[in-house]
Design a protein around this ligand. Structure first.
Ligand SMILES: [Fe+2]
Ligand SMILES: [Fe+2]
Length: 170
């Protein structure tokens, strides 16, 4: 299936929120819960990376970093909503990834534009692999699977954008 990665915040209607408590066998739900918590935590890190890559003084990359941050906020929101639809809560350990994201974002910003772009490529490449693994291993319901797939497509879009910008700097 193909997804339009130019849409960084897809429309969501009130009726799209649906409670899913007990909607699958317990063994499946255990896997879905683990997957949603993992994705929610990683997206929290991603939001922080792009947020912290934005310099206090405006720079050339700001527009694309703000767009990437917005897109990651959409992903975070997607997985947070799904967690609560199933009656679960985010991972209590997610603060550690908030700090990791802050470190990646802040230190790459201090090292300059190329470091920002290289960090983006590295982190997003890890992300698409992680998404692929979770898509293969977890019995997602159809609506959640479509969201996971769209968000993985967005991460591919981020890799392409950062790689293209790095190539143009050479
Ligand atoms: Fe993301
Ligand atoms: Fe991303």
């Amino acid at each position: 299936m193909r997804y339009d990665t130019g849409i960084i915040r897809p429309e969501m209607r009130d009726a799209g929120v649906r409670m899913r408590i007990g909607s699958a066998p317990p063994a499946d739900l255990r896997l879905v819960k683990k997957g949603l918590r993992t994705l929610h935590t990683l997206e929290l890190m991603a939001v922080n990376i792009y947020r912290c890559q934005l310099a206090p003084r405006p720079g050339d990359l700001d527009r694309v970093l703000v767009a990437a941050m917005c897109n990651e906020m959409t992903h975070l929101q997607d997985f947070q909503v799904k967690l609560y639809e199933y009656g679960w809560r985010p991972s209590p350990l997610r603060w550690a990834y908030w700090i990791v994201g802050w470190c990646f974002g802040t230190f790459s910003r201090l090292m300059g534009q190329k470091a920002i772009l290289r960090t983006g490529v590295w982190v997003e490449t890890k992300a698409v692999h992680h998404y692929a693994e979770l898509l293969a291993r977890i019995p997602w319901d159809d609506e959640t699977r479509a969201i996971v797939e769209k968000n993985q497509a967005d991460e591919y879009g981020h890799i392409e954008r950062w790689k293209g910008m790095l190539d143009r700097q050479r």
